[in-house]
Design a protein around this ligand. Structure first.
Ligand SMILES: Nc1ncnc2c1ncn2[C@@H]1O[C@H](COP(=O)(O)OP(=O)(O)OP(=O)(O)O)[C@@H](O)[C@H]1O
Ligand SMILES: [Mg+2]
Length: 357
């Protein structure tokens, strides 16, 4: 054989991780390297299974080996992921790598729809995902997942009684809707709400998760402040619709999250109901509420536009009957949610990499 392991690593060190701007060998992304004269095989360990650039990196690796080792050798790459995290405190939710809140200034802009479909899209790509409905007064996750009658079981762990999330479609769910009837919550006062939220965080067995998604209630009220105090958030995803008023409210909420002492990074903005697509003409976009509002707001706040979700009948229907729209194969809505999941995962990976350095 006229090459060594070092030669292969040297070849692969010419390949960059496009987001993290370092090479794959330095980032320790090449593992289990094996080779003989005919075949080089290794694992490429990504920082998220929802990496939008995985095909590019795979292609770049093959090209580098053909260029620097031999153009006739076969290359076998197994793509895996070890989701990154930068949590330093491990007092709460120690086995959860990243906690992402879905927020908005205005109500009814589609936070719960986005949270549900985003959680599912991440899980469909292979991540371990949980979804916590933090909307104590108006929980919608049980209905969106068709689990209106589910009741979480209790489990004894080291003498402590812990609640087990409900598992549906590969995502772990908790919501006040599993515990009480909607009418009951309406009379709850602030301290009861905070203690319910604390229990969801501290007295539940979430297990190991790559991403825990929090579906927040609208606005900038008490629940938000409680949440920000008890949960070490990785970042916030802001949802808005294109109308001017929704944008103004989202702007206000974005300001709340970026204020000290809260200061949670905002991962970016999702423009929901960005345009309408009809089933008969899936290629055509109708910008009912105006075009590019989300992009303008993102530019103004110097944030990333993480996704644009169309107005789509099945988002509402699926939300009402418990089969989320992201499951509909090869539709504009599935494509939009997959893109959103990739962009969110990518932003988290970049944030984790920056904060580690
Ligand atoms: N892109 C969309 N296309 C069609 N219907 C949608 C879309 N997004 C949300 N909806 C519908 O709009 C309604 C409000 O959405 P959702 O409950 O997700 O909003 P929300 O921001 O969580 O509301 P709240 O502030 O009350 O918590 C629901 O009936 C939902 O099915
Ligand atoms: Mg909601």
């Amino acid at each position: 054989m006229n090459f060594t392991k070092d030669d292969i690593l040297k070849a692969l060190s010419t390949v960059q991780e496009p987001d993290l701007h370092k090479d794959l060998v330095t980032l320790n992304m090449i593992q289990d390297l094996q080779f003989d004269e005919k075949l080089i095989s290794f694992k490429l360990v990504l920082t998220t299974p929802a990496c939008p650039l995985k095909e590019k990196m795979e292609k770049d690796c093959i090209q580098a080996i053909h260029e620097f080792i031999s153009k006739d050798i076969s290359v076998k790459i197994e793509m895996t992921a070890n989701v990154s995290s930068n949590r330093s405190d491990k007092l709460v939710l120690p086995n959860v790598k990243n906690i992402i809140a879905i927020a908005s200034g205005k109500g009814g802009v589609g936070k719960s729809s986005v949270a549900s479909n985003l959680a599912l899209a991440l899980a469909m790509q292979g991540a371990k995902v949980g979804l916590l409905d933090a909307d104590i007064y108006g929980p919608s996750i049980p209905m969106m997942f068709g689990e209106m009658n589910a009741q979480p079981e209790m489990k004894n762990v080291d003498g402590k009684s812990l609640m087990l999330p409900i598992e549906k479609y590969g995502v772990k769910l908790l919501s006040i809707g599993f515990l009480i009837k909607p009418e009951q919550a309406v009379v709850w006062r602030g301290p009861m709400v905070s203690s319910a939220l604390r229990q969801f965080i501290n007295d539940c067995d979430w297990g190991e998760l790559d991403y825990l998604i929090l579906d927040l209630p609208p606005g900038t009220g008490d629940i938000h402040l409680t949440m920000l105090q008890i949960v070490p958030l990785t970042g916030v995803v802001m949802v808005t619709t294109p109308q001017a008023i929704a944008l103004a409210d989202a702007y206000k909420a974005a300001t709340m999250f970026s204020m000290t002492p809260i200061k949670v990074p905002i991962l970016g903005i999702v423009e929901n109901m960005a345009y309408f697509v009809a089933d008969e003409l899936p290629g055509k976009k109708y910008f009912i509420f105006g075009e590019n509002g989300g992009q303008r707001m993102a530019d103004e706040l110097k944030l990333k536009l993480l996704g644009q979700i169309p107005i789509y009948m099945s988002i509402r229907e699926g939300g009402d009957n418990g089969t989320p729209a992201v499951f509909e194969k090869n539709t504009p809505v599935q494509k939009a949610f997959f893109e959103l999941a990739e962009n969110v995962a990518q932003s988290v990976s970049i944030l984790n990499a920056i904060q580690k350095n």
